[in-house]
Structure formats: structure tokens, C-alpha cells
Design a protein around this ligand. Structure first.
Ligand code: GNR
Ligand code: NI
Length: 170
């Protein structure tokens, strides 16, 4: 088991489009396991491989209260969407920042499991929101891209400042 480093905005790695997984082999199993470990360590409910510098279409999630229901989605794709709603979102790659994002309320999506089986399923509520958030990551998109220019400018200013003035070493 190994913990992976989660990239933070504005790291350019977060803007890469992830490639389709063509062979679900041992390396993908290890990646999924390490991503779950990393997600649990950071108290996230989902994680996309692009966030840990691996440009492959792999997503992990655990939406359960008890943090004991890991889910792995290979090559997830949205098939249909219905309705529109707004929910508060956060992202492990934009720590400490939360805002409302418009998302489809209900979706159907497909993915492959670790055995390569193609599965189609409906989603609503938190699963629908999180699946859209994670598939955006695989396409190099972040939830802050949906904010107004003003809000994004304010966020960039806040983060830019922190990066320009690093804490002095001793
Ligand atoms: O932990 C997370 N919480 C969350 C809350 C609302 C909408 C989406 C998310 S996903 C986020 C983890 C993450 O950054 N996944 O990419
Ligand atoms: Ni995220």
C-alpha cells in the first residue's frame, strides 16, 4: 500500500486529459488500491487518477457514512443527464475552498469494474454529483471552472499570494 501525492490547483497536471484504460491488469489494481488509501487518508469521498499525476481513466469513491464501501470505476462515462441542480462542492485539489456548482440532477453512466465487465447504472444525489465531478477531473476540468470570473480571480489571488510568500525556513 502506498499513499500518493494529490496535486493542488494550479498544477498543470490537473489539466491533462486522462487516457482510456485498455488493459485492466495488476498495475491498475494497484493504482486503484493506492488511490483508495490516499482518498481515505485525506477524508475525501472521491478521487480521480489525474489528481495523483496518473493520466488514466480511473476513479475511486466511498460515499458511505462509515467509510467502508469503496467503489472503483474504470473508464466511467455519462450516457444521459436529466434536470439541473446546485450543490456545495469541494475538491482535494483545491483545499479549503467550497462553492455551489450547477450539475445534472440525475444521470445514467457506464463504467468497467476491475474484472473488465461493462456496467450501466443510474445515479442521483451525491453519487450523481461526485461522478460528474470526477469525470470532469479525467477531462482536465475543475469545479472552480464553473465559477464566475470574479470568484475565480479572488481564488487565484488568494492561492497566488500563498505561493509567492512561502513560509520562511527558520
Ligand atoms: O471529497 C470530496 N467531496 C466532494 C464534495 C462535494 C462534491 C464533490 C466532492 S469530491 C471531493 C474529493 C475530490 O476532490 N474528488 O475529485
Ligand atoms: Ni476533485
Amino acid at each position: 500500500m502506498s499513499l500518493l501525492t494529490v496535486l493542488h490547483y494550479p498544477d498543470p497536471g490537473l489539466r491533462k486529459r486522462a487516457q482510456t484504460v485498455t488493459s485492466i491488469d495488476e498495475s491498475i489494481r494497484i493504482l486503484a488500491r493506492d488511490m483508495l488509501e490516499t482518498m481515505y487518508a485525506q477524508r475525501g469521498i472521491g478521487l480521480a487518477a489525474t489528481q495523483v499525476s496518473i493520466p488514466l481513466r480511473v476513479v475511486v469513491m466511498d460515499l458511505s457514512e462509515d467509510r467502508n464501501a469503496p467503489q472503483i470505476f474504470i473508464n466511467p462515462e455519462i450516457l444521459t443527464t436529466e434536470g439541473i441542480g446546485e450543490g456545495e462542492e469541494g475538491c482535494l485539489s483545491v483545499p479549503g475552498f467550497f462553492d455551489k456548482v450547477p450539475r445534472a440532477q440525475r444521470i445514467t453512466f457506464q463504467y468497467q469494474d476491475l474484472d473488465g465487465r461493462l456496467i450501466a447504472a443510474p445515479a442521483e444525489a451525491l453519487l450523481a454529483i461526485c461522478m460528474q465531478h470526477e469525470i470532469d477531473h479525467l477531462n482536465g476540468k475543475l469545479f472552480i471552472d464553473y465559477l464566475s470570473r470574479l470568484k475565480r480571480q479572488r481564488l487565484r489571488k488568494k492561492i497566488g499570494k500563498a505561493e509567492r510568500d512561502p513560509a520562511p525556513v527558520l
